[in-house]
Write a protein that binds this ligand. Structure first.
Ligand SMILES: NC(=O)c1ccc[n+]([C@@H]2O[C@H](COP(=O)([O-])OP(=O)(O)OC[C@H]3O[C@@H](n4cnc5c(N)ncnc54)[C@H](OP(=O)(O)O)[C@@H]3O)[C@@H](O)[C@H]2O)c1
Length: 292
């Protein structure tokens, strides 16, 4: 199978390039093909002539999107449509990466794939609109919504917490937003499986379980064997440009329908810490003996 990945230089894209074995995979970053330019996209797709396109390229700075909404729309929505149009021209299948931020976060039980979109931020709106518009171009496309992505090879929450914990005796983290952490290599492997299963429609893919950012931070510090005290706080003390959903846990039912299951986020976190330890250029954190 021939596969073309847009966003191959990002956190997920790098994991995809690493885990995808046994197929002919070509990856593009923004310097190779800017998805805002339909001609660059068309040339990249026609040159690689893929059975599957994975669209992981996006403007992912959620607060930046509030400050620069035009760029959010150009990359996340119009750019996605350019890729869908190119896929239609070459008869390629498309898997588009979307987000839990398409929901308003007012529920208290996991979101199913058929629930109404109600994004609260510019980023969420740009991705929600992309979902609608690419589905009009390619009714059989696959939309993978994920959340709270972390991994080696990009900025992510565990990395930030570990850096803070290395220099501070105490940190405060918000305890009133709940979601599902997702380890990039686990998501990447699920994406490979979904393409091989010829998946279509919306699929929610996260690691198993849920937590608040505070609970996630506490587990990061504990698993890394650090002594920093993690204290819960509330979002009103840390006002940011973009509103985040209070609750954005995604139901696993749609992924399980494809016979794919994910490990818990705690298990994924332990694997991340081991991978981070081995990664060049990342300051190591000792994992106490006997820990996973
Ligand atoms: N991170 C999360 O927590 C999270 C949560 C839910 C959903 N998602 C979705 O998952 C996907 C992957 O996220 P990620 O965290 O891996 O993203 P990321 O690390 O921020 O990487 C973004 C990627 O998009 C590329 N890109 C940006 N603007 C582009 C443009 N105009 N043309 C072409 N490529 C462009 C970047 O290329 P260069 O680096 O070469 O500029 C990079 O490869 C995205 O669709 C995101 O919306 C992420």
């Amino acid at each position: 199978m021939r596969v073309t990945i847009f966003g191959a230089t990002g956190l997920l894209g790098k994991a995809l390039m690493r885990v995808w074995q046994g197929d002919e995979v070509v990856g593009f970053g923004s310097r190779d093909a800017d998805i805002r330019d339909p001609q660059q996209v068309r040339e990249a797709v026609q040159r690689t002539c893929p059975e599957w396109i994975v669209l992981a390229a996006a403007y992912t700075d959620v607060d930046g999107c509030e400050i620069n909404p035009r760029l959010a729309v150009e990359v996340n929505c119009r750019g996605a449509v350019h890729v869908a149009q190119a896929a239609q021209e070459t008869g390629s299948r498309l898997l588009f990466l979307s987000t839990d931020y398409v929901f308003d976060g007012k529920k208290e039980v996991p979101y199913g794939t058929d629930e109404a979109r109600a994004p609260q931020s510019v980023y969420g709106k740009s991705k929600a609109e992309a979902e609608v518009q690419i589905s009009q171009v390619l009714p059989h496309c696959c939309i993978v919504r994920t959340s709270w992505l972390f991994g080696v090879g990009g900025r992510c929450f565990p990395d930030t917490i570990l850096k803070l914990a290395a220099t501070r005796p105490e940190i405060e983290v918000v305890d009133d937003q709940r979601g599902c952490p997702t380890y990039a290599p686990d998501l990447a492997r699920a994406i490979v499986e979904l393409c091989r299963h010829n998946a279509e429609g919306i699929v929610h893919v996260t690691n198993r379980g849920e937590c608040s950012w505070f609970e996630f931070a506490r587990e990061i510090v504990r698993s890394a064997g650090l002594r920093t005290v993690v204290r819960p706080t509330t979002s009103d003390k840390y006002v940011r440009p973009a509103q985040r959903p209070k609750y954005s846990v995604l139901s696993a039912a749609s992924l399980e329908a494809h016979g794919i299951s994910m490990t818990t986020w705690q298990d994924a976190l332990c694997r991340y810490l081991r991978e981070r330890e081995r990664a060049p250029g990342v300051p190591g954190h000792t994992i106490p003996p006997g820990k996973k």
